[in-house]
Design a protein around this ligand. Sequence first.
Ligand code: NCD
Length: 360
Amino acid sequence: MRSLNSILELSVVELDGLIATARDIIAHPENYWDKCAHRKLATLFFEPSTRTRLSFEAAMLELGGSVIGFSEASSSSAAKGESVADTARMVSCYADIIAMRHPREGAPYVASRAATVPVINAGDGGHNHPTQTLADLLTISREMGRLDNLTIGLCGDLKYGRTVHSLIEAMSRYKGIRFVLISPQELRIPGFIRYNVFENQGIPYTEVSSLEEAMPELDVLYMTRIQRERFDDPWEYERLKDSYVLDTEKMKLAKEKMCVLHPLPRVNEISVGVDNDPRAAYFRQALNGKYMRMALILMLLEEARQDPEKEAIDTEGLEYDRVCRNPKCISQVEQELPQLFRCTDRAADIHRCIYCEQRA
Ligand code: NCD
């Protein structure tokens, strides 16, 4: 049995397999109508969501299954002080699979260690969002006809934008990918992506601040919202919130064959005038998310049926004698959770928290 915490837990072969299943669901939905009959998905959303929660629910319903759950922490026992681990363990008694969104980084991972059913990370703080990446991959594949040899521009809040982190991790494993990172200085990509992906793997990237200058070379433009809820200082958000606005004038600088993605919700960063441009793929991307979540639910439930045993933790290089300094990490609040670090670079003496991946 496997959970999904990070997109890196899926190999490229598995990603391609999920895309193939999603395409088959699109072509023959009737073949999938009762694949999950009598199975239940629990959606545990401790943070607001429209698309992710509804697309998980629609995915399970279209597979013939049912859905239970809650959409805000205040209506769950978290409001009484229940730990994430206890919630996950208890919900495993009622559901066959769990999708969890949480403001604390690493919370779904903690849930997956305690649950006896697969747990899917539906977004953890500013860390990861692997199922949005599944939607992004199917969209790029359908819009561009390929997932390799692409120049991908990521624009906006690259620091707190969890969808950006998971998308970079996924795309860096395809051939001929180059990234153009477009952001204000204050919202540049965090260390766990910068070192793990770009520097360690030698993936080509440039960091710029002008969207106009980057535009002509891009095959994919991934716009993001400035993540107001993750800022400690509200004035910093006010100063940065309108850093980038994609409008019809800027679209004139783009290649004829390119696509614009956005995980949504948008605030100001794409003007509605762009919506009618055939290159605007963000609403199609939301639909693709449902098909990929269907494919993922099918895969994880089938794996759990064949092998109900949980994967053992890889203890190689684990260390206990440090303290995580990330105030948003689940290890700061979860009852009796051991502080655990993995050495990711011996030579440079880099240790990362196993929950949030921040450096000790
Ligand atoms: C994203 C998220 O929650 O991180 N939304 C989504 O899941 N589609 C992006 C965002 O909130 O800006």
